[in-house]
Design a protein around this ligand. Structure first.
Ligand SMILES: Cc1cc2nc3c(=O)[nH]c(=O)nc-3n(C[C@H](O)[C@H](O)[C@H](O)COP(=O)(O)OP(=O)(O)OC[C@H]3O[C@@H](n4cnc5c(N)ncnc54)[C@H](O)[C@@H]3O)c2cc1C
Length: 493
């Protein structure tokens, strides 16, 4: 076998929340390879500030559905929204059972904050660094799985086509996906688009897999002003489309109303000023220091109002005032934002800060069904690069991390069993931070969760190591020759 060829059961392209949770949801012993174009830190999941939604109680169901649909201009797929809400409590329980620390009320129950277009507080959070808390814990947990091998600075540049199974071929039958072609990239090269990476480069690695999961995140790297990491250039969409996958709503791009304006010469990633600041009372002001819109409208509505006001004022920004937000909330809940603004020369406890809209999120993407399957056999897409239809034309704040988790768990279940994961009854299970297995097989989460319900879960992971020792990734018994740039970055256990 060629030294630049690996084989595994599942290859996951992307190491953000969606990719990591997919890996954790696969059965113990699944030989899994994960790729990250930049470093593991360079994913948007690490940047999420506001939080992650949950259905706090059964009687919020109708209001939460309506908030999501209204924000999405009623172009959402209703069945996807239903799955999202009814699976949300299990997802949050899993995070807690995997060690994620959310803010709590005095009685120990989860504390909820609120963001624009949410009529009720239903967002779990960890100060204003929720994404870092969630993603770093998921990364730690995946690193404990001996059957997962992770590479930084190894970029997917193409897919491997397999001939359709006998009897399934016809003029419209796309080839099945048999894995990916990946190329090692330096930090500088990692911001290039897939088609500029040279899929036939001499150091390319062919990673053959039974199932391929695309979890490459958003498209902010294609924009001049974005809150996203520059590595996120929509690679999965262009690569999948070239292999016959259906794309959906490629023009549904969300512009966030408030990123910090750091001067006309500022370059690099725009710093987000979370919507939860407005949820907690911060208000937008025009040049004359007057409010000019309802700050808690959906993002696209507030963004349009800001652009109008900037034009009227002849200014490159408007201002956001924290006058109504108590100092202890600013220094506690918004500690990261407070610190960043201070470093940029603004004390938000004393003065309004200049803000301007920036590209933020991509509602469109690779069309998937409720199990995250694309229209190409063997190819799945999860997280921001997929279009589940949850968000319609405009995403409701804090629904995206939740979507990434809920639909990646469904992808893992479908890959493993060939079936759809059943959905919990509305308002179930209790929000008690305990993991419940999905049944049928023992997953990585079943092995790792520190608090689990069920007989066959929560066994020490030492047993997993004993059952699944070293993995023969190249199927030939020898060591795989991974190109130096990526080998150097292979995740240490
Ligand atoms: C500043 C900011 C704040 C946010 N706040 C919130 C919030 O409070 N709540 C919320 O729900 N959502 C929030 N979001 C949105 C949310 O963070 C993202 O939608 C979500 O994290 C996407 O997860 P993901 O796993 O799909 O992608 P990411 O976490 O972005 O991961 C993408 C991965 O794909 C890899 N990759 C990309 N291309 C390739 C390639 N060709 N080959 C190999 N690897 C590749 C990257 O290296 C990375 O590892 C925020 C986003 C930003 C930018």
């Amino acid at each position: 076998m060629d030294k630049r060829e690996m084989s595994c059961d599942v290859v996951i392209v992307g190491c953000g929340a969606a990719g990591l949770y997919t890996a954790l949801s696969l059965p113990e012993g699944t030989r899994t390879v994960m790729l990250s174009k930049g470093s593991f830190e360079e994913c948007d999941s690490m940047l999420a500030q506001g939080g992650i939604c949950v259905l706090p109680e059964a009687d919020d169901y109708d209001v939460y559905v309506e908030d999501t649909m209204r924000a999405g201009h009623y172009e959402n797929r209703r069945e996807s929204v239903d799955v999202l809400l009814r699976s949300s409590r299990s997802a949050i329980n899993d995070l807690v059972a995997l060690g994620v620390d959310f803010e709590r009320e005095q009685d120990g129950s989860l504390a909820f904050t609120r963001e624009g277009a949410h009529r009720r507080p239903r967002i779990c959070y960890h100060a204003d660094v929720t994404g870092r808390e969630i993603t770093s814990k998921l990364l730690e947990r995946v690193r404990e799985l001996p059957w997962v091998r992770m590479f930084e600075h190894l970029a997917c540049a193409d897919l491997i086509d397999e001939a359709p199974a006998p009897g399934e071929s016809g003029p419209a039958t796309p080839a099945a996906c048999g894995g990916v072609v990946a190329v090692p990239v330096s930090e500088e090269e990692s911001t290039r688009k897939a088609d500029e990476l040279g899929g036939v480069a001499s150091d390319a690695v062919r990673i053959r897999a039974r199932a391929t999961v695309l979890a490459t995140g958003g498209i902010g790297g294609l924009y001049e002003r974005s809150t996203n990491f520059p590595q996120l250039t929509g690679d999965a969409c262009s690569i999948a489309a070239a292999h016959g996958a259906q794309l959906e709503h490629m023009d549904y791009v969300q512009i966030h109303p408030t990123s910090l304006y750091e001067g006309p010469e500022a370059s690099g990633r725009a710093f987000l000023i979370s919507e939860s600041c407005r949820g907690e009372g911060a208000v937008l002001l025009n040049r004359a220091g007057e409010r000019f819109c309802d700050e808690l409208q959906p993002r696209d509505v507030v963004t349009a109002a800001i652009y109008r006001q900037m034009e009227l004022d002849g200014m490159p920004y408007v201002r956001l005032s924290f006058e109504n937000v108590p100092d202890d909330v600013i220094r506690g809940h918004f500690a990261n934002i407070y610190q960043h603004c201070l470093e940029a020369g603004y004390d938000i406890c004393r003065e309004p800060i200049p803000v301007v809209p920036a590209q933020h999120y991509f509602m469109g993407g690779i069309h998937v069904d409720l199990d995250s399957a694309t229209t190409v056999p063997g190819l799945y897409a999860v997280g921001e690069t997929s279009c589940t239809g949850v968000h319609g034309k405009n995403r409701l704040a804090s629904n995206s991390l939740l979507e990434a988790l809920v639909f990646s768990r469904r992808a893992a279940y479908r890959i493993t069993t060939g079936e759809s994961l059943s959905v919990e009854p509305t308002g179930e299970p209790p929000l008690d931070g305990r993991h419940r297995p999905c049944g049928g097989y023992r997953s990585g989460i079943d092995a790792l969760a520190r608090d689990a319900v069920g007989d066959d879960v929560g066994k020490p992971s030492g047993e997993a190591e004993a059952t699944y020792p070293a993995i023969d990734f190249d199927g030939a018994g020898g060591a795989v020759e991974v190109p130096p740039a990526a080998r150097k970055k292979e995740c240490a256990r």
